[in-house]
Write a protein that binds this ligand. Sequence first.
Ligand code: AMP
Ligand code: ZN
Length: 664
Amino acid sequence: MKIEQQIASLRTELREHNHNYYVLDTPTISDYDFDMKLKELQQLEAAHPEFHDPSSPSLRVGGMVTKNFETVTHEQRMYSLDNSYSKEDLEDWEKRIQRVLGDVPIQFTCELKYDGASISLTYENGRLARAVTRGDGFQGDLVTTNIKTINSIPLQLKGNYPPKFDIRGEIVLPFAGFHKMNEERIANGEEPYMNPRNTASGSLKLQDSAAVAKRPLDCLLYGIVGENTGISTQWQMLEKARTWGFKVPSIAKLCQTVDEVLEFVDYWNVHRHDLPYETDGVVIKVNNLQHQDELGYTSKSPRWAMAYKFKAEQVSTVLNEITYQVGRTGAITPVANLEPVLLAGTTVKRASLHNADQIAKLDIRENDTVFVEKGGEIIPKIIKVDFDERPQNSVPTKYIENCPECHTPLTRTEGDAKHYCTNYYGCPPQITGRIQHYISRKAMDIEGMGSETIELLFKEGLVTNYADLYTLTKEEVMPLERMAEKSAENLVNGVAASVKIPFERVMFALGIRFVGETVAKKLAKAYKNIDAMMVATEEELVAVDEIGERIAKSVVEFFQNEDNRAIVSRLKSYGVQFELSAEKLENQTEKLKGQTFVVSGVFEKVSRNELKKMIEDNGGRVGSSVSSKTSFLVAGNNMGPSKRAKAENLNVAIISEDDFLAMV
Ligand code: AMP
Ligand code: ZN
């Protein structure tokens, strides 16, 4: 046999064994025989680098080292899921769906909600082309090298798969492997890992892929996104993915009613403890993909899916002390410092108490015994006080009246639950908090600098606002704790590179209260440069789409302040972007100003996302569902009949893709 053929046939054979062992759980050869064949392949490949193949099963042992993971944009956003906790929540959801879809029968698929780290895998012509972490949903880290070491993820698909698609799933670390890892760590005198989920997600970002290969990670898949996949229901999606070689758990149910859904939930609420991996709920999805399409998305999650959270674990412990934290906007957050207690696999020491009202409502006092609960969120919650355990000498909690950091009297405006320290420029955590926000990933994304560095720089008197970052020199930074020549250089270079960050993000980075990412974009687009924005009045600002009074007031206040104006003008002198780029300006018009569009169906000339972008670039608004405020419904192929009916009812103009393109 020719060497090339020999290599090819070994690869096919090993692939098949991998699938049998890791996906189907039914090995057909011994581990020893498998290892022998793998060795044989590795030797042949080493001797014949001309037949290198990035999908070869031999590459699963890892070895590549990644220093920095590249950030890449998801072609399709990775959304969160809405949560529900009761039968009523689910019934309300069903009603909302039925209202949109009209009186049609709806089927639901139930799957378990695997608790690990989400991943998006892109396959091109049947080969794993890239693997990206969820990140912020829009962008994630490219971790392909590490992902390839996970044996249950096929590097080469079988059967009749679409030429290009993304498949999403969860990287989990099954209990057995997790415990084994911890036993080894303890034996080596190392600290054991806290829980499987964090260990799984930490594994994805290890620099040495050989270390990842040693971890018994698994990947459970649940959703395919892509055009022309030939799939019409969620149920079919799960089945197809299995035939292409993916590990899709067989625990899933196709339900005709919400009651059937609840049966599934009740069953797994109990039996999940018998599963080999962690789950934290059930995910319920509208089965028909066309229905899904009609339902669409909110800004965070699909309207066609719902997570039903298993009841969170609760424990009781003693609250030792209430302390207060000051955020970057001066907002005060009370924190419960607890007697450490084990909850859902992690040790809990602190819990947020939110605000003064919350403390009063629950009548929480120091030395109380409290019930702590941990849902999906990282920070645990205090549910209630165990009044039977309250000590005799207990005194009601008196909320602080002065800032714990700078002693300024706190203020609280009507309608706001939080207390604020208004010593904007003199209160240390506010100063550092603003700089930390400025350098954060979604803002100026300055590398080589973390929160601790900022605190050090502030303590040493090197920075008191974010404009000071730009005059830092390597020599000034090097003497700081944990800094070396290289890291100091990185820091200074990172700051210098930030002058390329576009105006929209600079607007967000300034940290104006109530100006989040989206509002920052709107403002940048409406005013085009900072000079125009700085002289805008409240009335003018409110006239901008989606800018309310609260935001307008905050923007005006920010720019009225002398110090802020001085900082902006310094930033300008360092080259920070304070106007929209020429390219952005060129593609922008006001042609669709004041018009709201709803986009539905599949389009031929441009993708749905492109279409939405065109609407926004031309000053229009994209609405999520047809209402009396909708100006146009842009109808593509396979648009749901209920949307059309609704538009007709409300006299909303229905236009085609071509009609729309002619408009812009
Ligand atoms: P959350 O992060 O709580 O909003 O939940 C959304 C996440 O649940 C997704 O990013 C997925 O990673 C995860 N997930 C786990 N199992 C499933 C499933 N069967 N279907 C959809 N998402 C799932
Ligand atoms: Zn203060």
